[in-house]
Design a protein around this ligand. Sequence first.
Ligand code: FES
Length: 613
Amino acid sequence: TVEDSGGAPPNQRSVRVPPGVTVFDSASWNGIAIDSTCGGHGTCHKCKVRVDTSTPISRHDVRTFTRDQIDAGWRLACLVQATRDLKVTVPPLTTRPKAATVGVGRQVILRPAVQKRYVELEEPNLADQRTDIDRLLGAIDDLAPRPDLHALRRLPHVVRAADWKVTAVIVDEVLVDVEPGDTTEQRYAIAFDLGTTTVVATLLDVALGTPVGVASMLNKQQPYGGDVITRISATMMDPATLPRLQQAAAATLSELAQQVCREGGVDPAHVYEVAIAGNATMTALVLGIDPEPLGVAPFVMSTAQPPTVLATDLGLDLHPRARAVFFPALGAYVGGDIVAGMLATGMDRDKRTRLFIDVGTNCELVVSDGDRILSTAAPAGPAFEGGAIKCGMRAADGAIEVIKLDTTPDAPDRAVQLGVIGDVEPKGLCGSGLVDAVAELVRVGLLDSSGRFIPDEQAPEVAPALADRLTRIGEERVFVLHRPHPDAPADECVVLSQRDVRELQFAKAAISTGWTLLLEELELEHRDVQQVLMAGSFGSYISPASAVRIGLVPKLPVLRIVSAGNVAGEGAKMALLSVRERAGAAALLQEVTYVELSDRPDFNDRFVDQLSF
Ligand code: FES
């Protein structure tokens, strides 16, 4: 529940986050602003929220709140972890922040490219015949913008109609408009995470640094293929597909822009900038650039830094001079979304040795030792998205996302515990469920380290409560995760098949080969990694313990493995809130070395080494 300081009825939102994420991060990822000046580090004591009274109390809570407040459920949001369903009441912001908390605990000093200045100009007379523009520029000479034609066209009429009381709108040092009266409070921008599957938009009040609306939807390019390769192939087979894909992307962005403006009660004409973080293919397609070279060796991009364009050129109905800025890309398969993610996680600022993993069909990896930064891409295949998996599905209602196995013989009803999205009858298995299923079966011994189900006759001894779930569909061995009714045959159940295990093995071997080779390049051992950031809409939901167990990430204490959330969207927000951060993203092009793995002679041998659990 988000309370409104203006006395408006509280706003109810319900959001889903990976277990263990703090309430503070959950809110920030979902566009809900909570007071803070420390960025979620437990030191500013400003992130006050009300939660269930049974929520554990930290020592910082004791210092911050009175006994009565604690009894009423007040806690510091950055110290409350969401490990179950939680009701949270977020009070209105008390301070007008000069800095905003975005990304993974990053504090960003507000320096947006969008500036506004209200001025009351002196009317011209015969003794003062300065031009309209000189009169205006004279009043805002500290900003020294260059006027564009749109502003000049509007100027004579607007200043006179508004009795010379106007607001100058400056975007990236260009005077783009003059608005009647004082509109300085209406300064908005939209951050887009343009994903292959899902697109997320966040409407930001750039004057305050706070989000005022968030919306997401499936990318309307879906009918042309689930991943970038099929979409590239579609353009290769029929040249008419490229404009269609461009239109589909434009329609997605435009619908989301309207949605967030409606949600935030913002006039779209007050949105002056958008930032788009997408992979190299999504960026090429939304710009109408032929993506074919991205899909065939030697995988070359048309440009690493797409130009800034007008948002109207992308089909967005915002301020007519609103700009669209894109993130630069490091390579055909380490795109602008990953650069945005690096910005959001501070990969170039942190002195720790960190590994960043964005898990998906294409898995992007970044390793930094605090000095050098290396990145690469590993083709993980569709397993994590539910593709090529017998009962695989996307993370939607009915998808099993958490699995716990209990081998105690006297508790058969607890033998398989499932967490299902939407709390409905299980329909299939999503990526995090797949990782959990395999990790748990390895843990209880029903899968051996080579990834094979153990012989039928050994199962009753190894895991008596689970043995009857190990069965066959035709020739193939399967483990039954959910039976819709007690007599349901295996082919009507949600199962994990031997082939599914193989698919996951290939995916995780591709990924772990990637980070192993990057660590070697930096002469680092697994144990040197101080933090693993699991990013992306899927990666954030993988259980750290399961990821360690199957070897998707280095064998490290689970506390070193953190969900980083939708870092591409967070990076896009940062670029809108601070021109310095935006420049930092551009600088990453020079700072990060892209390592091509596919031409390494030892790649295949290393891959085979990584297959086992
Ligand atoms: Fe500063 Fe929680 S955000 S204490």
